[in-house]
Design a protein. Sequence first.
Length: 219
Amino acid sequence: MKFTLDSPVFSMIDQITDLLVAGFLWLVFSVPLVTIGPASAALYYTIVKVVRRKRETVTKSFLHAFLVNLRQGVGITLLYMVYGGLFFLYSYLLRYGEIQGKGYMAVAGGIIIVSPLLFTLPYIFPVLSRFQLKTGRIIQYALHMSVRHFMITFVLLFMLSVIGILIYFIPFFLVILPGVYVYLSSFLIERVFRWYLAAEREKYKEGEALPWYLEEEEH
């Protein structure tokens, strides 16, 4: 068999390489912890634009998205950290008896506290990467998507849980699996996004150049 640079094999190798590089950049830029948000938005942006749609380069796209979303992404990250901290504080107080009324009511209280955090987690940074909105609206969009497309949300959370467990037991996977998760989840999230981008697509006249994310994806 004769291979050329345009062959499916080389195209697949190129995609895998871009995926690994994007995941490595995410890991490096997430080291300060408070930058996990903008790094995650940049990872989603890069994988959809470069790995899936073959536009620009990984480094250029990642740095652009990271810098554009840096300030707002850090703010959202801190908000989620505080929210998560409140949940762990509640769990600690519940475990050691500081909160009265253990049982169904106490457990229900924990579920109510953590649900918005969990439900919006798969969407919040992809929304940040795609829509130019104030932070409150980004959270509102993410929450609305998570409820309206509940089955997709369930699948995304299941995938995220599996990735988290694998990384917990094999830390080396932290270099590989975040990019793999974002790549796989993007096929579901982009389906959700199409509901919200339909009106924007109608703004462009026939034959007028569309933004890259509105164009039909190459296969």
